[in-house]
Design a protein around this ligand. Structure first.
Ligand SMILES: [Zn+2]
Length: 326
């Protein structure tokens, strides 16, 4: 599932680009939508990727790399979809990068959050519900074709190791934030993650900050859930949906937790942490969806229980759905 948001070129100016990608932009000169991006001169020559010098090259992948928020730091590359992202990955890291799934980071020395290409493990690597020792289970529509593309099988998996789990996928989030909370001692772990979701969460953070709610830390209480893990909660009271979006990597249960207390902060400063605080997040999602119709999805509000504080479910399923306490 390639995600190709089109943003005005000015967004590039805010991004500290790694050398190779910056050169790619510079070399294209008058590419529509990217031509205004100024690139500082470099003292040391950087090899120009071949894809960058093609006249009128379609550089959508560079656009999608930083997303509409301008804050994405990873591009998920699947060999199921021929794209410039694949060409770029091969050019920058060698032809074998597609066959060797993993995280390929552009090291530049001058940025704390470098850009990464993440080469996915194909979905077909899952055999009898597992990859290696990691159990994933079976997706709801895995054994027959299903017409709703939102429920199509994932393109592939991000292989997460103790060495790469701190890789930033965007300004505020790392790979580890989205992992299923089970099989603690099993590595590598496998993760499905949608760039659209990460982009949307970054837009929500930016929107909250613009509307007077200071956000430094948005906790992902639950991001990706393997079908096996999700199934454990199906049918229980307050439990999980069999078709839960969490299995597709485009859903997250979140709360604002600047002081990292493990619970939602008192966002409206009324002295209580409750659904009123969750509603402030929902309002931000409403505004983000209004401005970005292709990021629409579900928003659910959840009250505090003995096990957790209030939280908000956010997803990018493609149709607007709202549930939970009003
Ligand atoms: Zn959820």
């Amino acid at each position: 599932m390639s995600y190709t948001p089109h943003r005005p070129s000015r967004a590039w100016r805010a991004v500290s680009l790694s050398g190779a990608v910056a050169v790619a932009i510079a070399a294209t000169g008058a590419t529509p939508g990217l031509n205004a991006a100024p690139v500082p001169p470099r003292s040391t020559p950087v090899p120009v990727p071949a894809f960058a010098v093609r006249p009128n090259a379609d550089l959508w992948f560079l656009d999608s790399l930083v997303g509409r928020s301008g804050k994405l730091r990873a591009l998920f590359v699947s060999r199921r979809h021929p794209s410039y992202a694949i060409a770029a990955l091969a050019q920058l890291f060698g032809d074998t990068a597609l066959e060797r799934p993993g995280v390929y980071t552009l090291r530049d020395g001058d940025t704390t959050q470098p850009l990464s290409f993440i080469s996915l493990v194909p979905f077909t690597a899952k055999v009898k519900g597992r990859i290696g020792s990691y159990r994933l289970g079976t997706w709801p529509h895995e054994r027959r074709t299903f017409r709703d593309s939102a429920y199509a099988l994932p393109d592939g998996f991000i292989e997460v190791t103790p060495e790469n789990e701190d890789t930033y996928v965007s300004e505020h989030f790392r790979l580890r934030d989205f992992l299923t909370h089970d099989q603690e001692d099993v590595w590598p772990k496998y993760l499905v993650l949608s760039a659209k979701l990460v982009d949307k969460l970054e837009l929500v953070i930016a929107d909250l900050n613009e509307h007077g709610t200071h956000v430094e830390h948005l906790t992902i209480m639950s991001g990706f859930r393997t079908p096996e893990y999700n199934h454990q909660g199906v049918g229980k009271r307050g439990g999980r949906a069999r078709d839960s979006r969490h299995q597709y990597g485009d859903a997250a249960d979140v709360f604002v937790d600047n002081n990292e207390s493990g619970q939602m902060d008192d966002l409206n400063h009324d002295g209580r942490v409750d659904l009123r605080d969750a509603r402030i997040i929902r309002q931000a999602v409403d505004r983000v969806e209004e401005a970005n119709p292709d990021l629409v999805g579900g928003v659910g509000l959840y009250r505090a229980t003995r096990a957790h504080g209030p939280f908000v479910h956010v997803d990018t399923r493609g149709e607007r759905v709202r549930w939970g306490a009003r």
